[in-house]
Ligand binder design. Structure first.
Ligand SMILES: NC(=O)c1ccc[n+]([C@@H]2O[C@H](COP(=O)([O-])OP(=O)(O)OC[C@H]3O[C@@H](n4cnc5c(N)ncnc54)[C@H](OP(=O)(O)O)[C@@H]3O)[C@@H](O)[C@H]2O)c1
Length: 339
C-alpha cells in the first residue's frame, strides 16, 4: 500500500507512519519536518500547509490511502481533498482524525456516533492556539469531517473520534502527568472523583487500527475510545505500578478544586483526566463499535510503565502542557488558590 500521512513527524500521525513502515508499506509523510523526523524508510515531502497552494507538490502522486489529522484548519483539509480525493475504484481510502469534542452533549454517558454535534465552524483559516476554544476545536472538526465525507463519499471515508490518546509521545501531556507525578512521590493531589468515568486509547493501538483500516478500506464513523473505566481505578493502578514508596494520595473535592482555580481535563494548572459534574459524558462514549471493528486495548500496567519511561525520556522537569506544577500543588495543599 502507498500511504500518505499528512503529518508523520510526531504524535498520532508519527505513530501511524511508524506502524505502516513496520508492515512494509510505502509511506510518504507531508509535513514541515519541524516537530521531529519521519521514521526510517518513510519519505518526507516538505510541505507547509499554511502556505497557499503548498499541497500542489502532491499533484500527480498516487496513493492507496491518506490519513489527515488536521486540527482547527478546515482550509488545509479542503486543499488536500482538492488535490488527491479523486474518484473511481483507484481513488484513495481517506481517514480523517476528529475528536469526541464534536459532540454537543457532554453530560450523557453511552452516546454513539449518531448523537447531536456542535455547530460546524465554517472558517477556512488555520486557527491560532488562542482561537482554539472547545467550540472552535469541535466546530472545525465537524466541518472538516463533513468536507471529507462530501468529497470522498461514505464508501471510502473513515472518520475517527478519539477522546484521550495515551501512550508514548503524548503531545497533550495528560496521561503522562500522573505517571510522572506518582513516580516523584510525596503528598500528591488527586481529584476526589473515584467513580468518574474515563476512557483512553493508546496511541500504538489507535495507529495500528488506522493502518489496518486503510489496508482493508474500512469506512464509517467511529468513536475511537477504549472501555469506560473508573478514574479511581485508573489512578490507583498507575500509583501501584509506578508510585514512589512515599507516595501519599490527597483527594480534593470538586468544590475545593474549582474554588482554587484548578482546571479540569488538561492544559495549564489542571488535574488531567478530571471532569467536573455535568461533563463526564465526554469520557463515557460507547466503545463497542470500535472494538467490534478491531480497535484493541492494553493493560493499565503497560500504559503506566510506558508513560513513565516516556516521561523520563522527555524530561520529568520539562515545562508541561497539562497538569499542576509542584509549586501549584504545594499552594493547593496549603489551602491556597492558584492565580
Ligand atoms: N492527543 C489527544 O489526546 C487527542 C484527543 C482527541 C483527538 N485528537 C486528535 O488526534 C490527532 C492527533 O494527531 P497528531 O498527534 O499527529 O497531531 P499533532 O501532534 O498535532 O501533529 C500534527 C502533524 O502535523 C504537522 N504539521 C503541523 N503544522 C503543519 C503545517 N503548517 N504544515 C504541514 N504540516 C504541519 C506536524 O509536523 P511538522 O510540525 O513537522 O510540520 C505533525 O506531524 C489530531 O487530529 C487531534 O485533534 C487528539
Amino acid at each position: 500500500m502507498r500511504l500518505l500521512v499528512l503529518g508523520g513527524t510526531t504524535g498520532l500521525s508519527g505513530r501511524v507512519a511508524v506502524e505502516a513502515v513496520g508492515r512494509g508499506h510505502d509511506v510518504v509523510c507531508a509535513a514541515r519536518g519541524r516537530s521531529g523526523a519521519v521514521p526510517d524508510r518513510a519519505r518526507l515531502i516538505p510541505v507547509d500547509r499554511d502556505e497557499p497552494g503548498a499541497v500542489a507538490v502532491l499533484v500527480g502522486e498516487r496513493f492507496d490511502a491518506v490519513v489527515d489529522v488536521a486540527t482547527g484548519a478546515l482550509g488545509w483539509v479542503r486543499a488536500v481533498l482538492d488535490v488527491l480525493a479523486g474518484e473511481g475504484p483507484d481513488a484513495p481510502h481517506w481517514t480523517f482524525v476528529s475528536s469526541v469534542n464534536v459532540y454537543a452533549d457532554v453530560a450523557t454517558p453511552g452516546q454513539g456516533v449518531d448523537a447531536p454535534l456542535v455547530p460546524a465552524v465554517d472558517d477556512p483559516r488555520h486557527l491560532a492556539p488562542e482561537e482554539l476554544t472547545i467550540e472552535t476545536y469541535g466546530g472545525t472538526k465537524v466541518a472538516s469531517e463533513q468536507a471529507v465525507r462530501d468529497r470522498v463519499g461514505d464508501g471510502r471515508a473513515l472518520i475517527v473520534r478519539p477522546g484521550i490518546i495515551s501512550g508514548p509521545g503524548d503531545v497533550m501531556d495528560r496521561f503522562g502527568y500522573w505517571a510522572a507525578r506518582f513516580a516523584r512521590g510525596g503528598r500528591t493531589v488527586i481529584p476526589d472523583a473515584p467513580d468518574q468515568p474515563i476512557q483512553h486509547v493508546d496511541v500504538r493501538d489507535l495507529a495500528a487500527w488506522l493502518v489496518t483500516a486503510a489496508e482493508t478500506r474500512t469506512a464509517g464513523v467511529f468513536d475511537a475510545v477504549g472501555p469506560v473505566l473508573r478514574l479511581g481505578d485508573v489512578l490507583s493502578a498507575m500509583a501501584a505500578t509506578v508510585g514512589a514508596g512515599d507516595l501519599e494520595l490527597v483527594p480534593m473535592s470538586e468544590e475545593a478544586l474549582t474554588g482554587a482555580g484548578v482546571q479540569p481535563w488538561g492544559g495549564p494548572a489542571s488535574l488531567p483526566l478530571w471532569l467536573p459534574t455535568g461533563y463526564t459524558g465526554l469520557a463515557a462514549h460507547d466503545p463497542e463499535p470500535a472494538a467490534a471493528a478491531g480497535l484493541a486495548g492494553r493493560s493499565l500496567t503497560d500504559v503506566a510503565l510506558t508513560a513513565l519511561a516516556d516521561e523520563r525520556a522527555r524530561g520529568m522537569d520539562r515545562t508541561r502542557k497539562a497538569g499542576l506544577t509542584l509549586d501549584e500543588e504545594r499552594t493547593l495543599l496549603d489551602g491556597g488558590r492558584l492565580t
